[in-house]
Design a protein around this ligand. Structure first.
Ligand SMILES: Nc1ncnc2c1ncn2[C@@H]1O[C@H](COP(=O)(O)OP(=O)(O)OP(=O)(O)O)[C@@H](O)[C@H]1O
Ligand SMILES: Cc1ncsc1CCO
Ligand SMILES: [Mg+2]
Length: 263
């Protein structure tokens, strides 16, 4: 995956308009649904354990995010992830605050065992999944993404998936290749749920049929470039958040390729 592949990835997403099934947290449900619509996907937030298996098979991809985890929701996540695996529907895991409590840690590990195609977290979350001290504070990272690069590579190999660690620089690895992305803007840390949005966008590219590494790079690049554009001339987090939706909607392939800083 190089910057020149990004326009094709974006057109593919918009042509497919994939139905993305989200089981996510109550903080970001509205914003991530809007971000998915803005980029050209079709979001649905469906989390009752009674219906997630019947729903997920209608979707192109599943996004699982443990941000405001409750026991019934955890059961729904496990049911949906297992069914997605059986049906060959790709899914992405966001292990929000995985190191903070045993409940989150155990849930994240049980979901990892169900083989998501992509795991996306901040550095503290990725470190904690490998049993290392990640220094997280609640949902926020206390470590630089560079510290979690090795952990990401090991987790990717152990579980046979793609791991994306986000921060000032994002790193995406399948255990062999390592792509670094230098897009984004500090304002992304002043609005809640931008990591969750990154995860959902990765889900949209998975749903468009991209291979996991390409989907992760495309999702993070799209968010990073849209955020840079959104930050131009906004006064603070409120207007930035609104501008981010506008920029995801207006994002074009040529601009994405020109502004993406991949190495
Ligand atoms: N200092 C920074 N400069 C530029 N971009 C950043 C910076 N920090 C984070 N980002 C970007 O912000 C987005 C969210 O990443 P982050 O690592 O903050 O996720 P997170 O901690 O899971 O967030 P949340 O829990 O609020 O959803 C990513 O696209 C990342 O590249
Ligand atoms: C603030 C917050 N608390 C639980 S999930 C969430 C959204 C960012 O991860
Ligand atoms: Mg997060």
């Amino acid at each position: 995956m190089t910057a020149t592949d990004l326009p094709g990835a974006l057109s593919r997403l918009r042509a497919a308009a994939p139905l993305v099934h989200n089981i996510t947290n109550q903080v970001v449900a509205n914003f991530t649904a809007n971000a998915l619509l803005a980029i050209g996907a079709s979001p649905a937030m469906v989390q009752a354990e009674e219906e997630v298996e019947a729903f997920v098979v209608q979707a192109a991809a599943l996004v699982v995010n443990i941000g405001t985890l409750l026991a019934p929701q955890r059961r729904a996540m496990q049911l949906a992830a297992r069914r997605a695996g059986e049906a060959g529907i790709p899914w992405v895991l966001d292990p929000v605050a995985a190191g903070a409590t045993a409940f989150r840690r155990d849930t994240a590990h049980s979901l990892l065992a169900l083989r998501p195609r992509v795991l996306r977290g901040n550095a503290s979350e990725i470190l904690s999944l490998l049993g290392e001290e990640g220094g997280g504070r609640g949902v926020d990272s206390g470590a630089a993404p560079e510290r979690a690069r090795d952990a990401a590579r090991i987790l990717a190999r152990q579980h046979g998936l793609v791991v994306a660690v986000t921060g000032a620089t994002d790193y995406v690895t399948d255990g062999e290749r390592m792509v670094a992305l230098e897009n984004g803007h500090p304002m992304l840390t002043r609005v809640t749920g931008t990591g969750c949005t990154a995860t959902a966008l990765v889900g949209a590219f998975l749903g468009a049929g991209l291979p996991p590494l390409d989907a992760a790079v495309a999702g993070l690049a799209a968010l990073g470039v849209a955020a840079e554009q959104a930050a131009e001339g906004t006064a603070g987090p409120g207007s930035f958040q609104v501008a981010l939706l506008d920029r995801l909607h207006g994002l074009d392939g040529a601009t994405l390729a020109a502004r993406a800083r991949l190495r």
